[in-house]
Design a protein around this ligand. Sequence first.
Ligand code: GLN
Ligand code: ZN
Length: 769
Amino acid sequence: MSAITSVSGFPRIGRDRELKKTIEAHWKGAATLDDVRATAKALRERHWKLQQAAGIDLIPSNDFSLYDQMLDTAILLNAVPVRYQRLAFAEPEETLFAMARGYQGDKGDVTALPMKKWFTTNYHYLVPEIDAAADIRLNGTKPFDEYQEAKALGIETKPVLIGPYTFLKLARDPEAQELAYDKGLVNAVAAVYAEVLRRFAALGAAWVQLDEPYLVLDKEPGDVQLFKSLYSKILSARATEAGTVKVLLNTYFGHIGDVYETVALLGFDGIGLDLVEGREGNLAALSEHGVPAGTTVFAGVVGGRNIWRNDYAASLGLVDAVRQVAGSVAVSTACSLLHVPFSTEGEDGLEPEVVRHFAFAVEKLGELTDIAALADATEDEKKVSAALKANHALFDGTRVAADPAVAARLAALTDADFTRQPARAERQRLQREALGLPLLPTTTIGSFPQTREVRAERAKLRKGEIGQAEYDAFIKAQIDECIKHQERIGLDVLVHGEFERNDMVEYFGQNLNGFLFTRNAWVQSYGTRCVKPPIVWGDVSRAKPITVAWSSYAQSRTDHVMKGMLTGPVTILNWSWPREDVSHEVQTQQLALAIRDEVLDLEQAGIRVIQIDEAALREKLPLRKSDWHSKYLDWAIPAFRLVHSAVKPTTQIHTHMCYSEFNDIICDIDAMDADVISFEASRGDLVVLDAIHDADFETEAGPGVYDIHSPRIPSEAEIEARIDEILAKMDPAKVWINPDCGLKTRGPAETWPSLEHMVAAAKAVRARL
Ligand code: GLN
Ligand code: ZN
């Protein structure tokens, strides 16, 4: 008998994003709730059957969600704030959608719950809100219904829930602060999970999986105690008169070395360990503390965060290592497959030779069963295994030829290439003279509204309905109009508007060597939104100038300073599928050199201010603080410097970030050595301004003065007050005035008045200084 196989979770959006389409149709009134339910049910059935056909032993249920599994958990625990209950929807799904996206209509007017990134993924969860009045109790029957739905199809599943520890750590109070866990709350939450286990025991489920990814983070005082007190209560509910259910404690995105001993002592039936992202820490913990008899280790060897084929030799080695200490081992995904695309089937735009290197969710199922079978095969059986042979061939051969020119460029880099001269204070003085900008200069983040007209024109070009010349003329007209508007309202540093770009990463990827694009490799980002990241296939270099023609055209149309607009190397890599055969550090350096070429060409073409966006820099900050520098910042920050270090002192380098939570890495942000940074700051609290103050932050900064994520038009007075708040904390000589982020998702009707108010507010404050 071979080792059992287990899947932590499966994508739910559907091969052709059916779930997205039905739900969005429902929101527009073009589909009923019953249509949504029917699609959801059909998808669950299809996904379970796929896993069954692949031979998976422990197939997940309740991993399905209409919007987000964290939101489902909050609802299951009855953590539904009163303002949503008051809407009094007859259908529970409508309450769920109101919590997810807000609601404005005849039943009331409520904003959505806040949304945050799920650990280091590009998936976003809704932040549960628990107030003092919360009545935590089991609410609804979703997990049981889905378990029985599968059972009715003849499929025994392993129900999956987000565990109580992760839930409580991620939930917030109504002021968005961490919860104060009183005994009552902890007991109430534990009681719900205990009740869930009892019900599943009664229903005959063999296993329940409780996901506790928060366990891979650094522990704060009291965390281990909280974990222990939750689970000692919950685990005693496993055995009932009606039956016994086994509990799998599933962890992922890192290692649990610092709590493994406690976890092992609690007596879980299964412990799920991520042996991809948490390999060293988890293996060390296993060998140091062993595995209790009766506990199955779920060895997460098939990664759920990348699209590449599994290296069977490496995975078999890991399974063997676990077997040295564990009596029972299951072969598992390292995390949910939610974070990878559905299937490589239909990717016929790519060569079969290329596609065979990819394993999306469906292909990863086959990998699990292959590895499980091989883990128990004799040496003779392995010798004749076609699966193993094919896999060896994939990894033994050269997947892609190295580009010697790229390697030579990297090898020739010296410290000087990562250091811009002269020092920033001197540059800032020179730039002030050269650019002749007023105090509190006004600018925008780059994009202007991408109207339906713009997108339609791009679609026409793609379909061949118009030629390149016609498209270019259209974009030029857009740029002309955008410049005229900006001049009219009196902005100081102009932008061309980014009308030519579909997406800030894809647009660059399409002009770089080494990138591939799929047709249908969508991954859920939040709710019904999906992203389709490009794939880094080979060594990266710039194929040809990317933005130079547009930026120089724009500069030729105005006497104002025209800002060039680029995406930075860290963000391009973080929003792509990186290679696994080359380190992230090297891939980022390759990208940095490619963008550096573009920076120098822009400068050559007369562009005096260049913005290099690093919207995703913080996203991949390692989960444990001790890894921040050694595993990430120590190469990510220098890579950014490599992009701009060769420009003239008078060329002003800007960067932009879509968040303000960088007070804890403020010195690293300063070490990027940009001249100016703009960032989102109108919604978050402004602790970052204190950090800027306390750190003697050298980079000039434009904390966003209004929220572009909302259609609201801020008044001049409101923005003026905002600027005053900023000036209370910052040296006026270092302050820029700009919105939060790019304006591409807004309409012209909101954008122009908002910017007009912004410029007027800046002028009013300037007059007072
Ligand atoms: N320059 C980009 C824009 O304005 C920045 C996008 C972003 O910050 N995500 O759209
Ligand atoms: Zn932004």
